[in-house]
Every structure is written in C-alpha cells, then in structure tokens.
Design a protein around this ligand. Structure first.
Ligand code: KDG
Length: 336
C-alpha cells in the first residue's frame, strides 16, 4: 500500500526530471511540405503517405501539413525558403535544382534514361546518393528521389509527329538551360514559366503548349486548353524530396531517422502510384477530347537524332566526369 505509493511517486518524479533535462523527451513539431502540382497528383498521394507514416510512427508528436498547387510558391521559391529555414520540405523536379548547382542538369539531358527501372537503380544507387548528399552545401538535405516521370509534349495547334512539326511553337518549359536548349534545337520558341501560371497562359494563348507527364496533363486539366498530346518521352523528370538543412540540424537524431525513413518509404509508394496512374492517363485524355499520338519507332528516333548534340553542349557546365559517371551507371544497369 504505502510503500508502493512512495515507489510510484518516486518513479513519476524521476521520469518528470528526465523529461525536463537534456532533450530526453523530443518536442512536438510541425513539418510543412509544399508542392506545385494539385491534390489529385500522384506526387500528393506520396505526400499523404509520408504524412501517414510520420504521424503514426511519432505517435502524433510530429504533425505534417501539406500544401499543394503552388500555394507556397513555385519550386524555386520553395527551395529558397528551405535554404532560409522558413519552410521544412518540398519536392521539386530536378530541373530547377540546376539553378543552385549546374551539375544537376545531367539528369535532364534529353533521352537519358532508357526506362524507369534503370532510373530507379541509378537514382537509388551510390551516384544518386552522392547527388542528394551534395545538396547540403546548398542548405538542403536531400531525402530521396521520387518520380515525376517521362515528359510528353502538348499543344493547341498541330499534331506533332516529327521534329519539324515543333518548329515555331511557343512552349512553356521549366527553368532549366538544358530544357530550353533542347526545345530551341527542335525549332520551338521555349519560355520558362512557373507551373502556377501555366494553365492561364495556355488559355490566353501566351504559349501554344507545354510538356509534362501524362498524369499531369490529365489531372491539371490541360486538355481543356490543349488539343494534341505527343508521346515523345523527351525528358525523364525525377523529383527530389528534400528538407531544409537549417531546420534539419536542429532535429534530434530520432526525428531525422524517422523523417528520412518515411521519405524513402513514401517514395516507393509514390513511384508505384505514379506508374499505375500513368497507365490510365492516355485513355482518360482521349476521353476528354485530346488527340494522343504515339510515335512510330522512326518518328521517335528522329527526336533522339535531332537532340543528340545537347549532352555535348552542356558537358563543360555539368562537368565531363559527371556526365560520364551518370552515363556509365545507366549503361551498367541497362545490361542486366
Ligand atoms: O510539384 C512539382 C511541380 O512544382 C513541378 O516540379 C512539376 O514538372 C513540373 C513542372 O512542369 O513544373
């Protein structure tokens, strides 16, 4: 009776003391995550999975808040916020990361990855990890590669089947010198612009077209303002799920580990969901009234040939070693 009571009181006192001292009890915290795409996107489904894992495994101690549709700004603005430590997380395409470090342009070279399986192996392997780690010098903690995917060309004017058809089209691109050069080489008139402005720009014919994965074309309702989709697969866009290095450095190790693990796990789910949703997207676009054109092997090859000098043009800026290293990885995993 009495002795038990004293013992219990003592134990409570000890655990309270432990709670106050030396950071033994991790604090409650909130992680905000912003993206450009909307809540229907496979990218957002990945964020929901991340939120589920983090909130479950922290037993509600860490809350994850999600912001879609460029509510917190475009990819570049959100990366700036990460660097400043005013936003925890975002998930840009690799393309705008080249604004921080030019070597990232390597992943956006045209027709680089032969398929998604090889992309997974390269990005999840030691070379991909090296790129993630290198972001720390930019104030960013790279958590994992997710998938935006193969990009396809849409426009309101012509059914594009050959590089010649692209000539003169005003195409919105992401902010990336390789993307701009590729479309210039094809004879287009490329205009970089944040995703948040894209729909209205197409509606008002400020641009004729844009390029994005099929899921984005469908889920962002670009079919309402575009007539033609050509399945060109000209770039493979990885996403990078990333955290503010400044805020990361203040987290206890157990939170860092939980977030890193959840980010990787959610990435596996996100890629799978992305690929599943991609399967349906082409038929959905046709049902919505778009003309979806699959290129013949000869037509597809004409795009590869027309852009074959781009890698060489950017070799110096990216670093010759970096281009060779990524290409060697791709070759290695392509054989198996
Ligand atoms: O959430 C990701 C988007 O902000 C962006 O990276 C998507 O591919 C994209 C684009 O064209 O802007």
């Amino acid at each position: 009776g009495k002795l038990m009571g004293v013992l219990l009181a003592g134990m409570v006192a000890v655990s309270l003391l432990a709670g106050c001292g030396g950071g033994a009890a991790p604090e409650k915290r909130t992680i905000k995550v912003g993206i450009g795409l909307n809540e229907q996107s496979p990218q957002y489904k990945g964020l929901e999975k991340f939120k589920e894992i983090v909130e479950r495994d922290s037993k509600g101690r860490i809350e994850v808040q999600l912001f879609a549709s460029s509510q917190l700004g475009d990819d570049t603005k959100m990366m700036t916020a990460l660097r400043a430590g005013t936003l925890e997380m975002t998930c840009p395409s690799t393309a705008p990361i080249s604004g921080l470090d030019k070597k990232w342009m390597v992943f956006d070279l045209p027709f680089l990855f032969p398929n998604e399986e090889v992309a997974d192996k390269v990005l999840d392997g030691p070379v991909g990890q090296k790129y993630l780690d290198s972001l720390s010098t930019q104030g960013i903690k790279g958590i994992a590669f997710w998938e935006n995917g193969y990009r396809q060309l849409t426009n309101s004017k012509v059914n594009v089947k050959t590089p010649a058809d692209v000539k003169g089209l005003k195409i919105r691109t992401m902010e990336n010198p390789v993307h701009l050069a590729t479309f210039r080489t094809l004879g287009a008139n490329p205009t970089p612009m944040p995703l948040g402005e894209l729909f209205t720009s197409m509606q008002q014919h400020i641009v004729d077209g844009q390029e994005n994965p099929l899921t984005t074309i469908y889920l962002q309702k670009y079919y309402e303002v575009q007539k033609y989709t050509s399945v060109t697969n000209h770039f493979y866009s990885p996403f990078v799920f990333m955290f503010s290095q400044k805020i990361w450095n203040t987290l206890p190790k157990e939170d860092q580990e939980l977030i890193a693990r959840a980010g990787k796990e959610a990435g596996i789910y996100q890629r799978k969901t992305n690929r599943e949703m991609m399967q349906e997207a082409s038929a959905s676009l046709e049902k919505a009234g778009m003309v979806v054109t699959r290129l013949t092997p000869e037509q597809a090859q004409a795009f590869v040939d027309a852009t074959k000098d781009i890698a060489g043009q950017f070799e110096a800026e990216i670093g010759k070693d970096n281009v060779q290293e990524v290409k060697a990885e791709i070759a290695k995993y392509s054989q198996k």
